[in-house]
Design a protein around this ligand. Structure first.
Ligand SMILES: Cc1ncc(COP(=O)(O)O)c(C=O)c1O
Length: 472
């Protein structure tokens, strides 16, 4: 045959072998080269096109692999008969890989952000380094679907000491975040279950499978109003009793008892206790978990390392009552764990050697200082701003006596390089608040920047600073 004529463009971003492969393939498909035609040898074609033999080799190998060309040893390369598949000319895909350009604010008061300056990188690295080694080659295989036994054991010990929770590692399931674990729990409790949620509450929950099925229950300064729950036909309630998200209310002792009694009254009634944000308490004693008070196997406890270590770790877990274990095994034992085994062992070893407790103690002091600073600034300079939910956690709520709406105030703050989060973002059903109310997370703001951030926020909202510098 005539020597193959191709325009190869060395300045094109597409590699030469791919241009050549495309050229020959198109010629075969469009019958410009007949079946049985012998293609030029690699050497001849390389000389003719003035490119390397390796380039030809790669193109020919690909054509052989895809069945367009056959290689006959010591004879040459021949065009194969191909079925007339409908051939669709496709425009080359023009996928632009762009980094997600999220706006970076000077002050971001997101409640989920942590203090990244204080993470014990060197210790974490030490544990990671010692695991990525031949002695851990077993960890290359798939692990336990409930999560590594070693980590479940450490979690069980930690929860007993810090939260009064009695559990066996067999009851614990580890997964990559609350939002991935919740659908498992919902499936376990049955699709016909009726779910009640706190209002306001964690905004992801209604988006996870529940959509219109969720029944909103109001929250006051004593937490979820259990009387209201009792009036509904719900059989499962999702609740954050130790530190209601986002109001920060603590479920009162009476309501705890009422809630457990409510659950005990129905065979299919359950409480999902999300203990998010319970590690950092600034006023009063730690609140024991509901799970520790439950005598009737009615509480499914869940928590996460997102605040206590880092949100990017994606390690959360739930603890099932023993009565649900068999059903869990039947439903989920063919799903693999969603957290990499190496990460689970780094965390387990870090906990085993006491570094997790040390880290928590250290962070408690850091967040306490930030929390004190924040509340002092409001008390001293902005006494008209009402603060609530300030006993624990990494955010407070502020209500500002202004006539503008929350969205407008959020926009004004954004124009001034400040991200702030209105409580209306967390409402399942609208609630009329007396004043615009916002979550003010202080976790990621450096201590020495808190004052500047608050003044900047108040200034952009035209809230005047009262000059009563008692503390400063
Ligand atoms: C109540 C509550 N639980 C859980 C989470 C998130 O947990 P994770 O990072 O494990 O998905 C949030 C995040 O805002 C939350 O508000």
């Amino acid at each position: 045959m005539d020597m193959l004529m191709f325009k190869l463009d060395k300045s094109n971003a597409m590699p030469l072998y791919e241009q050549l492969y495309n050229g020959i393939k198109d010629a075969i498909i469009h019958k410009q080269i007949e079946v049985g035609t012998k293609l030029p040898s690699k050497k001849k074609l390389a000389e003719f096109l003035n490119i390397s033999q390796t380039t030809i080799e790669i193109a020919y190998t690909q054509l052989i692999a895809e069945g367009y060309v056959a290689s006959k040893p010591r004879i040459g390369f021949y065009v194969e008969e191909i079925d007339d598949l409908p051939y669709i000319e496709k425009e080359p895909l023009n996928i632009r890989v762009e980094v997600d350009k999220k706006k970076i604010y000077q002050f971001d008061f997101h409640p989920g952000k942590i203090d990244t300056d204080s993470f014990p990188f060197s210790m974490w690295r030490k544990y990671a380094k010692s695991l990525y080694d031949h002695s851990s080659n077993e960890l290359l295989q798939i692990g336990d679907h409930q999560g590594e036994f070693a980590l479940r054991g450490e979690i069980s010990k930690y929860l007993y000491q810090s939260r009064g929770i009695v559990s066996k590692p067999e009851q614990i399931v580890i997964g990559s975040g609350t939002e991935h674990l919740l659908p498992m729990i919902l499936r376990l409790l049955g699709n016909d279950s009726k779910f009640a949620l706190e209002n306001p509450g964690y905004s992801a929950i209604p988006k996870i499978q529940l959509q219109n099925r969720a029944i909103p229950i109001r929250v006051d300064e004593d937490g979820l109003i259990v009387d209201e729950l009792e009036k509904t036909n719900a059989n499962v309630v999702y609740i954050t009793p130790s530190h209601q998200f986002p109001t920060g209310a603590v479920l009162s002792a009476t309501r705890r008892t009422n809630l457990l009694n409510w659950a005990a009254k129905g065979e299919n009634r359950y409480i999902i206790e999300d203990d998010y944000d319970s590690e950092f308490r600034y006023i009063g004693k730690p609140i024991p978990a509901l799970q520790g008070l439950d005598q009737n196997n009615k509480v499914i406890y869940m928590s996460t390392f997102s605040k206590s270590l880092m949100p990017s770790l994606r390690v959360a877990y739930f603890i099932l009552p023993t009565t649900l274990l068999q059903k869990y095994k039947e439903t989920f034992s063919f799903y693999s764990a969603t957290v990499p085994r190496f990460d689970q062992h780094i965390l387990a070893n870090f906990m085993r050697d006491g570094y997790f407790s040390k880290h928590l103690n250290r962070m408690r002091k850091i967040y306490r200082k930030k929390h004190e600073k924040l509340t002092q600034i409001f008390e001293t300079h902005y006494p008209d701003v009402i603060i609530t939910g300030d006993q624990a956690g990494m955010h407070i709520l502020i209500s500002v006596p202004l006539s503008k709406g929350e969205d407008q105030l959020k926009q004004i703050a954004a124009n001034n390089n400040i991200a702030i989060y209105p409580v209306s973002d967390y409402l399942l059903k609208p609630i009329e608040y007396q004043y615009p109310t916002f979550l003010l997370g202080f976790g990621s703001i450096p201590l020495d920047q808190i004052e500047k951030g608050i003044h900047q926020l108040m200034q952009c909202w035209d809230i005047p600073k009262t000059k009563c510098a008692a503390h400063f």
